[in-house]
Design a binder for this molecule. Structure first.
Ligand SMILES: NC(=O)c1ccc[n+]([C@@H]2O[C@H](COP(=O)([O-])OP(=O)(O)OC[C@H]3O[C@@H](n4cnc5c(N)ncnc54)[C@H](OP(=O)(O)O)[C@@H]3O)[C@@H](O)[C@H]2O)c1
Length: 297
C-alpha cells in the first residue's frame, strides 16, 4: 500500500496495470512518473530524446516498488511518429489502464509542423486527440481505464478562433494566445471524450497543475528563461504540480470524476467557453479531420 496521497482514497497495488505517460522526461510529467512508480504499475514513458528517456528509466527503477518501465521515443509534433508510437504500443501491450496526455509547450516563434499545423496546436491539442484516438480500443478493452490530460488555467483568456485556429491572421501575443486556445481545447476535448465514452467504464478528466517551476517556456530563448526565473517565487515545485495527475491515475476515489477539470485534486473553476458543449462537439469533428481519424469514434 502506498500512502500520503493528497485527495484521499486507497491506492492499491497496480502491478500488472499499464500506464502510458507523455512529456515524461521533464517537469510535471517526470514527477508524475515518480509518483506512480511505487504502485508497481508498468509505466511506458514517452519522450523525444533517448538519452533523457534512458535517464528517467534509471531514476524510476531506483524507486521502491517500481514495476517494469518501458521507454518510447516519439516527436509528438509529427503525426506519423504518433501513429507509429501507437502501433508499437498496441502490438506490445494487451491493456492500457491509464493514458496521460501531458507533453505540451508554449512557443513564442510561429513554426508550422510537417503536417501543416501551428506547432502549439499540433503538440498541445492534436497530439492529445490523435494518441487517444489510436489507443481507443485498448482503453475500451481494459476495465476501468482512465484518460488524464494536462490542461491549464491559461484556458481562462483562451478563445476558439474557429476561422483561424492556426493563427494565420490573428495576433498571437508572442505565442500566449495560441497557448491559451490550446489549453481551452484540452478541456473541450476532455468533456466531449467523456461524452463519447458514456456507457463504458473509461473515464476522462483533465487538470490544472498550478504555476509550476519546470522547463516550461525555457525553450523560448533568454526571454522565456528570464520570465520563468523572475516568477520563481510564485511557482510551486513539480512534485506538487504533478499531484493531481498522480491522484487521478492511482486513487480509487478519483473514479468519481468524469469529464471534470481538477486542480489540487478538487473540481477547478471553468470559464463559460470551457463549458460550451456545442464548441466541444465542433472541435471534435475538426480534430478528426486534422488528425485523419474520422470514423474511429
Ligand atoms: N509549468 C506550468 O506552470 C504549467 C501550468 C499549466 C499547465 N502546464 C502544462 O503542463 C504540461 C507539462 O509541462 P511542464 O510545465 O512540465 O513543462 P516541461 O518541463 O517543459 O515539460 C514538457 C514535456 O513535454 C515534452 N515535449 C515537448 N515537446 C515535445 C515533442 N515535440 N514531442 C514529445 N515530447 C515533447 C518535453 O520533452 P523534452 O524533455 O524532450 O523537452 C517534456 O518532457 C504541458 O501540457 C503544459 O502546458 C504547465
Amino acid at each position: 500500500m502506498v500512502k500520503g496521497l493528497r485527495g484521499g482514497g486507497q491506492i492499491s497495488d497496480l502491478s500488472g496495470k499499464v500506464v502510458l505517460l507523455t512529456g515524461a522526461t521533464r517537469g510535471i510529467g517526470r514527477k508524475a512518473a515518480h509518483g506512480i512508480a511505487p504502485t508497481g504499475a508498468t509505466i511506458v514513458v514517452v519522450g523525444r530524446d533517448k538519452e533523457r528517456v534512458d535517464m528517467l528509466i534509471s531514476e524510476l527503477e531506483q524507486i521502491e516498488g517500481c514495476g517494469p518501465v518501458h521507454g518510447e521515443i516519439c516527436d509528438l509534433l509529427v503525426q506519423k511518429e504518433i501513429r507509429s508510437l501507437a502501433d508499437r504500443f498496441n502490438n506490445q501491450f494487451d491493456r492500457l489502464d491509464v493514458l496521460i496526455n501531458n507533453a505540451g509547450a508554449i512557443f513564442t516563434k510561429k513554426i508550422t509542423t510537417v503536417d501543416g499545423f501551428e506547432r502549439t496546436w499540433a503538440l498541445n491539442h492534436n497530439a492529445y486527440f490523435l494518441l487517444t484516438s489510436l489507443l481507443k480500443d485498448k482503453l475500451l478493452t481494459t476495465p476501468d481505464s482512465r484518460v488524464i490530460s494536462t490542461a491549464s488555467d491559461a484556458h481562462v483568456p483562451g478563445r476558439m478562433g474557429w476561422d483561424d485556429l492556426q493563427y494565420e491572421r490573428r495576433g498571437n501575443r508572442n505565442g500566449w494566445s495560441s497557448y491559451c486556445q490550446s489549453k481551452l481545447a484540452n478541456i473541450l476535448f476532455t468533456k466531449e471524450l467523456a461524452k463519447k465514452l458514456e456507457g463504458t467504464s473509461v473515464t476522462a478528466n483533465c487538470i490544472h497543475p498550478g504555476f509550476v517551476n519546470t522547463g516550461f517556456s525555457r525553450n523560448n530563448g533568454i526571454i522565456g528563461r528570464l520570465l520563468m526565473a523572475l516568477t520563481w517565487p510564485v511557482q510551486r515545485n513539480s512534485t506538487k504540480g504533478a499531484e493531481t495527475i498522480v491522484w487521478l491515475a492511482i486513487s480509487d476515489k478519483a473514479r468519481q470524476h468524469n469529464g471534470d477539470y481538477l486542480y489540487n485534486c478538487k473540481l477547478g473553476r471553468l470559464t463559460k467557453a470551457a463549458k460550451n458543449e456545442e464548441d466541444a462537439a465542433r472541435l471534435w469533428l475538426l480534430s478528426e479531420e486534422m488528425t485523419g481519424t474520422s470514423g474511429v469514434w
